[in-house]
Design a protein around this ligand. Structure first.
Ligand SMILES: [Cu+2]
Length: 147
């Protein structure tokens, strides 16, 4: 009896550990008509995220509420672990954001061609991925060259 119960607990623990890994949730706020926003969502899903999609009437109000500095603005705004992910940010910098306590958000300002969800086979723009610190400073997390 005791053996059976501990076995069940072990199985439950393994199952929960597996499902936590498989379903890392990110909220994404976007305009209804935004095509590249949907392509970024597909990119996240292909990388193992569970996306909660929120169609918004007023994205600029959403960005203000989430603390996205206007200079960092793009189309959609994601939220993970209570921090913002603005625009077409690659997964590597979403991971870095999650690991850094000094950052409140990360952004790929504008809509750079060649960034995830903006890659339609055209020449890629050079772009930077910027972290926003708790005290309001921009730090460059990545520098992608033009291609
Ligand atoms: Cu976009």
């Amino acid at each position: 009896m005791a053996f059976t119960r501990s076995k069940l607990v072990l199985i439950a623990a393994l199952f929960m550990a597996g499902s936590v890994q498989a379903a890392e949730v990110i909220d994404v706020h976007r305009d209804a008509s935004c095509g590249c926003c949907k392509d970024w969502i597909k990119y996240l899903e292909a990388n193992g995220f569970e996306v909660r999609d929120h169609v918004e009437q007023n994205m600029s109000a959403v960005k203000t509420e989430l603390g996205v500095a206007p200079r960092l603005g793009s189309c959609h705004t994601g939220v993970i672990d209570g921090k913002f992910v603005e625009g077409h940010v690659p997964v590597a910098q979403i991971r870095e954001l999650q690991q850094r306590d000094d950052l409140v958000g990360v952004a790929a300002p504008g809509m750079p061609a060649g960034s995830p969800g903006m890659d339609y086979g055209q020449p890629a723009d050079a772009y930077q991925v910027i972290g926003l610190t708790k005290d309001g400073k921009d730090v460059v997390l990545a520098d992608y060259p033009a291609k």
